[in-house]
Design a protein around this ligand. Structure first.
Ligand code: ADP
Ligand code: MG
Length: 291
C-alpha cells in the first residue's frame, strides 16, 4: 500500500522484537512480534485492526503510543517523528487503568493537570467530558465504586479531556458484558462523529471492527504484518442495533472472517458468525463485488 507522508499517522516498516530466553539452550533469542508493518491513517479516520491472538496488535499500539521503542521503522504523527509518549495521543487499554485513589472527576482531570491547565478550567472541561460519556452524577465516586462499563467510560473521558488528536484503543470493551459493550460502541461512534478524532481501535471481534471502522486492517499470525485492508462502506451514522439487521454488514463481517481464516486456501473452516453457515458460490461472488 502507498504511504502518504501527509497523513495524520504514518507507520513505516515497523518491526518489533522481544528478547526471550530459550528454556532448552538458556540462550536469549529474538522473537519477532511485528514485521514490515506500514500503514497511513488520515485525519478523522476510524481504523480497526483485527488479527489472531498473539499476532502483535497490542505491540503495534504500544509502539504507536510511544510506550516502547521499535526495533526498526518509523512512526510519524502530523509529519513529526514519534520518539515517546505525548499528549497528542490518548491511549485506552483493555483493563481500565484508572487511578484507584482518584475520583471520577480527578481521573478525568489528570491529563489537564499534566498540561498545567488552571483548576477552574479543569473542572469545566472535566464536567463536559463526564457528561459526554454519560457519567453525570458520578463525579465523586472512586473507580472501585463503579461497574466495568462505567470505568471504561471514565477512561474514555480521561483520554478525551486533554484533547489528543489521536485515540489508540486496545480492546477497550473486551472486559464488559455484551449489552454494555453495545452501549459503549454506540457511544464511541457518537463521540467520534462529534469530535472527529483519528482512531486506531484494536479488537479481536470482527463484528465490532466492521460496526465501528471505516477501514479494517486484517493482520496475519505472528510475526504480525498486514494481510489485507478493507474499506467498510456502510452508511453512517451507525448503531449496533441497525447494523445487526443489515445484510451488508453481515456480508462484510463474513468476508473479513474469510480473509482472517484464509478461506479459499485449502482451509475448510466455515463462518459461524451472526448469519451462520457456509455460503454458496453466488454469495461469494456478490461479496467480492461489495469489496
Ligand atoms: P496481541 O495483542 O495481538 O494478542 P501482543 O502484541 O500482545 O499480541 O503479543 C505479540 C507476541 O509477542 C505474542 O506472541 C506475545 O507472547 C509476545 N510478547 C508480547 N509482549 C511481550 C514481552 N514483553 N516479552 C516477550 N514477548 C512478548
Ligand atoms: Mg493484545
Amino acid at each position: 500500500m502507498a504511504i502518504e507522508q501527509s497523513s495524520k499517522i504514518v507507520l513505516k516498516n515497523l518491526k518489533q522484537v522481544y528478547h526471550i530466553r530459550n528454556q532448552e539452550t538458556k540462550r536469549v533469542e529474538e522473537f519477532v512480534a511485528l514485521e514490515d508493518f506500514s500503514l497511513s491513517v488520515n485525519e478523522g479516520e476510524f481504523i480497526a485492526v483485527v488479527g489472531p491472538s498473539g499476532c502483535g496488535k497490542s505491540t503495534l499500539l504500544d509502539v504507536v503510543a510511544g510506550l516502547t521503542k521499535t526495533k526498526s521503522g518509523e512512526i510519524y504523527i502530523d509529519g513529526k517523528i514519534v520518539t515517546g509518549p505525548a499528549l497528542d495521543r490518548g491511549f485506552i487499554m483493555q483493563g481500565y487503568a484508572l487511578f484507584p485513589w482518584r475520583t471520577v472527576r480527578r481521573n478525568v482531570e489528570y491529563g489537564l493537570e499534566v498540561k498545567h491547565i488552571h483548576k477552574k478550567e479543569r473542572a469545566v472541561v472535566a464536567k463536559q467530558y463526564i457528561d459526554l460519556v454519560g457519567l453525570n452524577g458520578f463525579e465523586d465516586r472512586y473507580p472501585s465504586e463503579l461497574s466495568g462499563g462505567m470505568r471504561q467510560r471514565v477512561a474514555i473521558a480521561r483520554s478525551l479531556a486533554y484533547d489528543p488528536q489521536v485515540l489508540l484503543m486496545d480492546e477497550p470493551f473486551a472486559a464488559v458484558d455484551a449489552q454494555t459493550r453495545e452501549i459503549l460502541q454506540d457511544e464511541l461512534l457518537r463521540i467520534w462523529e462529534k469530535t472527529q478524532k483519528t482512531i486506531i481501535f484494536i479488537t479481536h471481534s470482527i463484528e465490532e471492527a466492521v460496526l465501528l471502522a471505516g477501514k479494517v486492517v486484517v493482520m496475519t499470525k505472528r510475526p504480525g504484518h498486514i494481510k489485507k485492508i478493507l474499506d467498510i462502506n456502510l452508511p453512517r451514522p451507525r448503531t449496533a442495533t441497525d447494523m445487526r439487521s443489515s445484510a451488508d454488514y453481515g456480508s462484510i463481517a463474513r468476508r473479513v472472517w474469510e480473509i482472517l481464516n484464509d478461506v479459499g486456501q485449502d482451509n475448510k473452516a466455515t463462518w459461524i458468525g451472526q448469519d451462520g453457515g457456509p455460503k454458496s458460490i453466488a454469495d461469494k461472488i456478490a461479496l467480492s463485488a461489495l469489496l
